[in-house]
Ligand binder design. Structure first.
Ligand code: NAD
Length: 492
C-alpha cells in the first residue's frame, strides 16, 4: 500500500507557515517510499511560535472553562471521525501495525475525554473558612508550555500534553520527533483549528529548535517525553529561567516472575509476550528484562518460546495478520543489533522468535526478527541498557532479595511488573522503585489513563495522566483573607 507523499506545515498563530526547507520521512517497511515531508523550522520560526503563544496566553488564560471544554470536545469528535485516515498515515510513517496505530489513537481519545470529564473538579477554586479567616485556593495556568515529543507514540504522547495544557488555560508550542512527524501533525492541525490563533502552535525541526523551546524566557514550562540523555541537556537549557518541568524519560522495566506463576496458563504467557514485543518493543514501558525464579526457569523458557512463536508475526504493518512491524529507524536497528550481538559474543544464547510473514521486505525494510536472549550476564548491556527494540533477555534469580536488588540497582524506574500469586506479587511490588508496578500484566495492557503515570530516579520528573496530569499544568495560588489584622507576636 502506498500513496502520494503529503507535505505538512508548521502552525504559527493559527496559520500554516510554509518553510524554506523540508525533510522527507520514509516508510520503515519500504524505505524507498517517501510518506511525506515535514518542515525544517528555524530558530527564528520557533521564536515566532513562542511569541504567538505568549501573546495568545493573555486572553486565553481568562477564557471560560465551558468554552475550553466545548472546543476540546469538538476536536475529539473530529479526531474520532478521521481515525482511519490518521491511523493509516501513522502506520506508514512509523511502522507499527494498523491495529496498533488505531489503538494509539483510541488511548489518546480516552485520555482527552477523561481530562475533559475531571477538569472542573481539578481546577475549581477551593474556599476554606477557618479560625483565622478565609483562604481561597485558585489553580492558575502556568503560561506558555513547550511540548517536545518522541517518535514511538507520537499522537498519544502529544495529546497527553496538549489536552491538559489547553484545558487548564495555558498556550503551547509543540515539536514532534522527525522520525514520525506526519500523523501527529494532522491531529495537532485538528485541535489547533478549534482554538483561538496562537493557543496551539506546531513547529518541526532539529536540536536548534529544541534548544529555543527549552531556553526562551517566555516559556514557563517544558513537557518533554524522550530519552534521559536529551532530558539532561533540556534541564541545563531550562535552568537559567527556572522553568517548570514534566519529564517522561527512558526506562528499563523489569518483569519479575515468582515461583507461583503458572507457566501452563497460555493467556498469561501471551500477555507476557505482548508485554515484551508490542510496537516492536519500542515503548518506554515495555518489559525489557525478565527475571524468572530458578525453580520454574526451564519450564518458563519452553512455554515462553511456544507462546512467542504463536503471537509474533513479523511483516508489513498493513498485513492484517502481522503483530510486529519494522523498527522505526535505522539507528535503532543498529543499536538493538549491537546489543544482541554483543551479548551473543560473550556466550549468551540468542533464539529467534515468531514467523516472518513478508520475507520479501526483510532485507530492505528496517526489520529485526524478535529475539530471546538466554544466559547473558545480569550486568551485560542487553540487560541493563534500554534496548527499545524487539529483543528481551531472561535471567534466573534465586530469591526475592536478590531480584529486588537487581531491579533497584538500575538508574531507571518507570514501570515494572510482578507475575505470580497476587498477594505475594503485591508484597514484592511494594519494594520496587518505580512509578507504576503492574500485577500479572505489563506495559500498555496495564495502563489506566485515570491514574498518574511517570517515573522515579532517571526515568522522569512529575506525572502525566490522572488528575495529577492536569494539576501539573497549574500553579497553586493561595489568597489569604485573615479575620484579624492584628500582629500579636510583633512588638509595637
Ligand atoms: P529523544 O530524546 O532522542 O528525542 C525526543 C525529542 O526531543 C524529539 O522531538 C527530539 O527532536 C527532541 N530533541 C533532541 N535533542 C533536543 C534538545 N537538545 N533540546 C530539545 N529537544 C531535543 O527520544 P526518542 O528517540 O525520540 O524517543 C525514545 C526515548 O523516549 C526512549 O528513551 C523512551 O524510553 C523514551 N520515552 C519515554 C516515555 C515515558 O513516558 N517515560 C514514553 C515514550 C518514550
Amino acid at each position: 500500500m502506498s500513496a502520494d507523499p503529503i507535505t505538512i506545515h508548521a502552525i504559527i498563530n493559527g496559520e500554516k507557515a510554509p518553510a524554506e526547507k523540508n525533510f522527507p520521512r520514509e516508510n520503515p517497511a519500504h524505505p524507498d517510499e517517501i510518506v511525506g515531508y515535514a518542515p525544517i523550522n528555524t530558530k527564528d520560526e520557533a521564536i515566532r511560535a513562542i511569541d504567538s503563544a505568549f501573546d495568545a496566553f493573555k486572553e486565553w488564560r481568562k477564557s471560560e472553562v465551558d468554552d475550553r471544554l466545548r472546543r476540546m470536545e469538538r476536536a475529539i469528535q473530529k479526531i474520532k471521525d478521521r481515525t482511519p485516515e490518521i491511523a493509516e498515515l501513522l502506520s506508514r510513517e512509523h511502522g507499527k501495525a494498523l491495529w496498533d496505530s488505531e489503538g494509539e489513537i483510541a488511548v489518546s481519545i480516552m485520555w482527552m475525554e477523561y481530562a475533559c470529564s475531571v477538569l472542573k473538579e481539578v481546577i475549581s477554586d477551593e474556599i476554606k473558612e477557618h479560625e483565622n479567616g478565609r483562604t481561597i485556593i485558585t489553580y492558575d495556568p502556568v503560561g506558555v508550555v513547550s511540548a517536545i515529543t518522541p517518535w514511538n507514540y507520537p499522537i498519544s504522547l502529544s495529546t497527553i500534553k496538549v489536552a491538559p495544557a489547553l484545558l487548564t488555560g495555558n498556550t503551547m508550542v509543540l515539536k514532534p520527533s522527525p522520525f514520525a512527524p506526519l500523523a501527529v501533525s494532522r491531529v495537532i492541525e485538528i485541535i489547533a483549528s478549534e482554538f483561538p490563533p496562537g493557543v496551539l502552535n506546531l513547529v518541526h525541526g532539529e536540536a536548534d529548535v529544541g534548544v529555543e523551546l527549552t531556553s526562551n524566557p517566555k516559556v514557563a514550562k517544558i513537557a518533554f517525553t524522550g530519552g534521559t540523555k536529551t532530558a539532561k541537556s533540556i534541564m541545563k537549557a531550562a535552568a537559567e529561567t527556572i522553568k517548570k518541568m514534566t519529564l517522561e524519560l527512558g526506562g528499563n522495566d523489569a518483569a519479575i516472575v515468582l515461583p507461583g506463576f503458572d507457566v501452563h496458563d497460555p493467556k498469561a504467557m501471551r500477555r507476557m509476550v505482548i508485554s515484551n514485543f508490542l510496537t516492536s518493543g519500542q515503548i518506554c514501558m515495555i518489559a525489557k528484562r525478565i527475571y524468572v525464579h530458578q525453580s520454574i526457569y526451564d519450564a518458563f523458557v519452553e512455554k515462553y518460546i511456544e507462546a512467542a512463536n504463536k503471537w509474533i508475526k513479523v511483516g508489513d504493518p498493513f498485513n492484517p495478520e502481522v503483530t510486529v512491524g519494522p523498527v522505526n529507524n535505522q539507528n535503532q536497528v543498529k543499536y538493538v543489533k549491537s546489543l544482541v550481538e554483543g551479548a551473543e559474543g560473550k556466550g549468551a544464547k540468542v533464539i529467534k522468535l515468531g514467523k516472518i510473514m513478508n520475507p520479501e521486505l526483510m532485507d530492505n525494510g528496517y526489520f529485526l526478527q524478535p529475539t530471546l536472549v538466554l544466559g547473558a550476564d545480569p550486568h551485560d548491556p542487553i540487560v541493563v541498557e534500554e534496548q527499545f527494540g524487539p529483543t528481551v533477555p531472561i535471567i534466573p534469580f534465586k530469591d526475592t532479595d536478590q531480584v529486588i536488588a537487581l531491579h533497584n540497582e538500575s538508574i531507571y524506574g518507570l514501570t515494572s511488573s510482578v507475575w505470580g500469586d497476587e498477594e505475594q506479587a503485591v508484597e514484592v511490588a511494594r519494594r520496587i522503585e518505580a512509578g507504576t508496578t503492574m500485577i500479572n500484566t505489563a506495559a500498555i495492557q496495564g495502563l489506566d489513563v485515570r491514574f498518574p503515570f511517570g517515573g522515579v530516579k532517571q526515568s522522569g520528573v512529575g506525572r502525566e495522566y490522572g488528575k495529577e496530569g492536569l494539576k501539573s499544568y497549574v500553579e497553586t495560588h493561595v489568597i489569604n483573607i485573615p479575620k484579624s489584622l492584628d500582629l500579636p507576636y510583633i512588638p509595637e
